[in-house]
Design a protein around this ligand. Structure first.
Ligand code: NAD
Length: 434
């Protein structure tokens, strides 16, 4: 099939690579010329595990192409996927639909023959109706259906998740459109669950899922606070909870608060949607408020460990919002670091993949190291903020030798607490008394 993807970012690019690998002819469209030029010259623009080889293979086969031209990309497409951003509106915190509406207007005039326009972006309930109306007004003779096709991939695992989805949700109000998408996703038949629902339910499923996951993280974070005070160990508590199949073990890792490009914006958008329909989504509202507060508290916790000395050298390990990605958008690590920087001007940072994205935000407010140990030279505190596997393997003996004072704040519970304490570190982590 011929597939056009509008928006070549963290969702659009892995989806394009995956669909090309399945044998489709894919054209990825983006407004940003620099991005498209880079992709055309064979340079992958985001870091995703396993993407490089598949990208090169499918570009070489001619099944994966890139363009800035909507006319060129949409021409002859059986399916157009919209994967543009839906960032929070700076004031209302609702999902800002300006990119979706622009994409719908721009694509409409180039539709030829029956086309399924499917929204992969996370969009408020009712957006499918708006997109349909925009296309119909712009091109009254177009033959098309608008479908909701929510994306559930996780950054850092985008390629894995493309080929191994938990479920494929198709929100279509027409059988013809449903059949086209079932054909596109035929290679997954028998391997994953297909859920065929109406368009609005499909749009709601994505928000309801992300808000639930955010609440689950917040819940275990509050349990971690409780464990620190009461003497229980949150790791053991989470294990005990997770063995209950009604609860499940995933998303029970306590940490410094959730972040990233999806959970904060999607919880806010869901809360705003509740308000729009006069439904008080109290659990979601509390989760948002407390999760924001948590990051401030984590910053203060770090500063307390150096007795609020503004000159004490602090090493920050990890800047990406989670391991396996270079994405710093709404990263808890970056937010906690900003809290630290309000009262301390001697911070050195390291992240295995996110240095250039972080530099664009932090500029010269911090110094940059070439390795984790390099960042820790002469430090009075090491703060671990992102769960990169290489931090788990930190050589604690060496670390002790190069630090000025042996203090560790492990907000991802990555290190061996006993070993750190035996070596003489003051070691603090989440959900267990030091
Ligand atoms: P992104 O910012 O990485 O990419 C969006 C791209 O769309 C940008 O490159 C932008 O230049 C391009 N774009 C915007 N308007 C355009 C237009 N009119 N024509 C062509 N290109 C245009 O965003 P993302 O992280 O890929 O997220 C996209 C959507 O998918 C969002 O709604 C997001 O909530 C949702 N989503 C994201 C993830 C994730 O892990 N990032 C997971 C599931 C769903």
């Amino acid at each position: 099939m011929k597939v056009a993807i509008i928006g070549t970012g963290y969702v659009g690019l892995p989806t394009g690579v995956g669909l090309a690998e399945l044998g489709n002819n894919v054209v990825c469209i983006d407004k940003i010329e620099e991005k498209i030029n880079s992709l055309k010259s064979g340079k992958v623009t985001i870091y995703e595990d396993g993407m490089e080889d598949l990208f090169q293979k499918n570009v070489a086969s001619g099944r994966l192409q890139f363009t800035t031209s909507m006319a060129e990309g949409i021409k002859g497409a059986d399916v157009v996927l919209i994967a543009v951003g839906t960032p929070p509106h700076p004031v209302t915190k609702e999902a800002d639909m300006k990119y979706i509406h622009a994409a719908a207007t721009e694509l409409a005039q180039y539709l030829d023959g029956y086309t399924v326009v499917a929204t992969k972006s996370t969009v408020p309930v009712g957006t499918g109706d708006d997109v349909e109306e925009i296309i119909r007004k712009t091109n009254p003779s177009a033959d098309f259906d608008v479908v909701s096709l929510p994306e559930f991939l996780r950054e850092g695992f985008a390629i894995h998740d493309f080929f191994n989805p938990d479920r494929i949700v198709i929100g279509a109000n027409s059988q013809k459109a449903r059949d086209v998408l079932l054909k596109l996703y035929k290679p997954f038949e028998g391997k994953t669950k297909f859920l065929l629902v109406n368009r609005k339910s499909s749009e709601a499923i994505k928000y309801a899922s992300n808000a639930f996951l955010a609440m689950k993280i917040h819940y275990i974070n509050e349990m971690a606070d409780f464990c620190e005070k009461s003497g229980a160990d949150v790791k053991e508590v989470a294990q005990g909870m997770g063995l209950d199949s009604r609860i499940g073990a995933k998303f029970l890792n306590p940490g410094p608060g959730y972040g990233g490009s999806c959970f904060p914006k999607d919880t806010n958008a869901m809360a705003q949607m509740g308000k729009k329909y006069g439904v008080h989504l109290s659990l979601i509202e509390t989760t948002i408020e407390q999760n924001d507060l948590r990051k401030e508290k984590m910053g203060l916790r770090a500063l307390e460990m150096v007795k609020n000395n503004p000159q004490a050298r602090i090493a920050v390990l990890g800047l990406a919002f989670k391991g396996g990605t270079d994405d710093c958008r709404e990263s808890p690590a970056m937010q906690i670091l900003q809290e630290i920087l309000k009262h301390n001007s001697n911070v050195c940072v390291f992240d295995p993949k996110a240095m250039s994205n972080a530099k664009a935000i932090l500029g010269d407010k911090v110094s940059y190291a070439n390795s984790a140990l390099d960042a820790c030279q002469n430090a009075e505190l090491v703060v671990i903020l992102t769960e990169w596997e290489e931090f788990r393997a930190l050589d604690l003996v060496q670390l002790k030798k190069i630090m000025k004072s042996p203090n560790i704040l492990d907000l991802r519970n990555m290190l061996d607490a006993q070993k750190a304490q035996d070596l003489g570190f003051a070691y603090s982590c989440i959900g267990k008394r030091g």
